[in-house]
Ligand binder design. Structure first.
Ligand code: ADP
Ligand code: MG
Length: 266
């Protein structure tokens, strides 16, 4: 199959009952295997709705999504989701949270011993080995997100879907997790669709930035290719003209051409 059409969104529209206008309309997007795509747009424009349709948690009203040649009709283990607030089970340890997901998705392909080793490998990937026997209440917010990411990737999804995964974290923790996610993306080659409203985060992490227009009835306004070489170093990039130019282009889209409607009305 065409590698550029690993994840293909075609003429997607999404409406909710009782709303006169669709949330999103005519969304077309083709994502290649291994690509890191960030979706950015003002609050309420439909970012989470779009991600939920890709996840299979919401039905499309028109058009559709095809992943690796198969139309998405519901949730499945080929798509793992990381939300802003962790969804770890509080009564299980970090190890057990990941182990449960691995047992549910890989018990046919891996032996017990292999699944055990695979959980440990994923704990090590997010540098959480030493906290493996702790429960979610005993670790920090950043650590919980790292376990959530490890759990998602331990399921070997075809696509990792993240909805503002670092949005609830302080700036230093966020930077640390962004760096880890870049490392993981490089080492595992996972295809990622990440929702964000953070311009710097989008430019630092993504191969392409999909900018949504304002809702209701939003759609893809512009797609920016971020041609910065990897691995990317946040300190070096801060002074890199290509980084500054990409950042300026996204800011211009969001604040000059598609200003936040909530602020504009105030
Ligand atoms: P974003 O993630 O970009 O902030 P959302 O995708 O959460 O935006 O929401 C987009 C729009 O869809 C909002 O106007 C929101 O009120 C509406 N919406 C989201 N979920 C539902 C739902 N289940 N029923 C009705 N309207 C919804
Ligand atoms: Mg949202």
């Amino acid at each position: 199959m065409d590698q550029h059409r690993f994840l293909e969104i075609t003429q997607l529209s999404i409406s909710f009952p009782k709303s006169p206008l669709p949330v999103l309309h005519d969304v077309d997007l083709q994502i290649a295997r291994g690509e890191y795509v960030a979706v950015i747009g003002h609050s309420g424009c439909g970012k989470s709705t779009l991600l939920n349709v890709i996840a299979g948690l919401l039905p499309a009203s028109g058009g559709g999504v095809v992943l690796d040649g198969r139309e998405i009709a519901g949730p499945g283990p080929d798509r793992a989701v990381v939300f802003q607030n962790h969804s770890l089970l509080p009564w299980l340890t970090c190890y057990e949270n990941i182990r449960l997901a691995v047992d549910q998705t890989l018990s046919k392909t891996m032996s017990r011993a292999e699944r055990h080793d695979w959980v440990l490998e994923n704990l090590a990937m997010v540098r959480m080995t030493s906290a493996k026997d702790k429960r979610p209440a005993e670790i920090s917010g950043g650590m919980k997100q790292r376990i959530g990411i490890a759990r998602a990737l331990a399921m070997r999804p075809k696509v990792l879907l993240m909805d503002e995964p670092f949005g609830a974290l302080d700036a230093l923790t966020r930077a640390h997790l962004q760096d880890q996610v870049m490392e993981i993306h490089a080492s595992r080659g996972t295809t990622v669709v990440m929702i964000t409203h953070d311009v710097d985060e989008a430019v630092l992490l993504a191969d392409r930035i999909v900018m949504l227009t304002n809702g209701p009835n939003a759609t893809v306004g512009e797609v920016l290719e971020v041609k910065l070489p990897r691995p990317r170093d946040r300190l070096a990039l801060a002074a890199d003209p290509a980084f500054t130019a990409a950042r300026a282009a996204v800011l211009e889209f969001l604040h000059a051409r598609h200003a936040n409607p909530a602020l504009a009305a105030a």
